[in-house]
Ligand binder design. Structure first.
Ligand SMILES: [Zn+2]
Length: 256
């Protein structure tokens, strides 16, 4: 594993993209972040080149954030062009040798486990596409396990792979943020929208009063606060949008 750019104070995205372009489809570690939230934010921006000029044009790069021994790593790859690049799956299943957990020898055991396709040390792609069967003999019997090599150079030991397979596998990518659907009719926002339908040009002030009547004073207050900051320019529809957003906070998905 080259340590290029890992400990730089500022990630060198220009250097990372130059490397990535040299080998289209191959993942390059672009930066290391102390905070997983920062890494995930950048990983979301890379594919759309949002505030990330090195990754222009939008759609030229893919990215993901993954656990690294020293933080959270951002991995990117260059995908621009007509030929599709191989998909990086989230999981891989492999056969490993495991002779049992209990004390005493109970013979050779072969089990199939499912683990992440990301190297637990650097977050780089594991050699999921290099898996080959390996046959061995023991006491006259023949067994087959899987072997693979990781491009990053880190070696997976069967014990660690087994332990990892027993951990709860959390999603590797943040779950898509659900955009709040239309407000329910009996929700505070729904009440406003229903009333606004029958009252052309209904104002946010009237929306706030309506919510007071229905016992949603907290939202009514938020509308009035917003109304003051907008110097009175706010329609009931805008008040409904505000209330709907307040009652459907956007929560970021988790990442392992
Ligand atoms: Zn690695």
């Amino acid at each position: 594993m080259k340590s290029r750019s890992i400990y730089r104070a500022t990630p060198d995205h220009a250097a990372a993209t130059a490397t990535a372009r040299e080998e289209r489809g191959h993942w390059v570690m672009a930066a290391l972040y102390p905070s997983s939230a920062s890494a995930r934010t950048v990983a979301r921006r890379v594919p759309i080149a949002e505030m990330m000029p090195s990754y222009e044009p939008a759609g030229a790069y893919e990215a993901y954030a993954a656990h690294h021994t020293d933080g959270t790593a951002l991995w990117v790859r260059y995908v621009a062009g007509d030929e599709p690049v191989p998909v990086l799956p989230d999981r891989m299943s492999v056969r490993i040798r495991h002779d049992g957990d209990g004390p005493g020898y109970s013979g050779v055991g072969i089990i199939t486990v499912t683990v992440s396709t990301r190297c637990p040390q650097c977050g780089g792609p594991r050699g999921f596409d290099t898996v080959i069967p390996h046959r061995f003999h023991h006491d006259g019997d023949s067994y087959v396990v899987d072997r693979w090599s990781n491009k990053c150079g880190h070696v997976d030991m069967y014990d660690a792979v087994l332990a990892e397979s027993r951990e709860v596998l959390l999603p590797l990518v943040p779950a898509p943020v659900p955009s709040p659907g239309p407000p329910a009719k009996d929700s505070p926002a729904g009440l406003i929208l229903t009333a606004a339908k029958g009252r052309r040009g209904m104002h946010a002030q009237q929306a706030a009063r309506l919510l007071d009547v229905h016992g949603h004073s907290e939202y009514a207050e938020r509308i009035r606060a917003e109304l003051r900051s907008r110097k009175g320019h706010m329609s009931a529809k805008q008040a409904a949008d505000l209330v709907h957003a307040l009652s459907n906070p956007v929560v970021e998905g988790g990442v392992r």
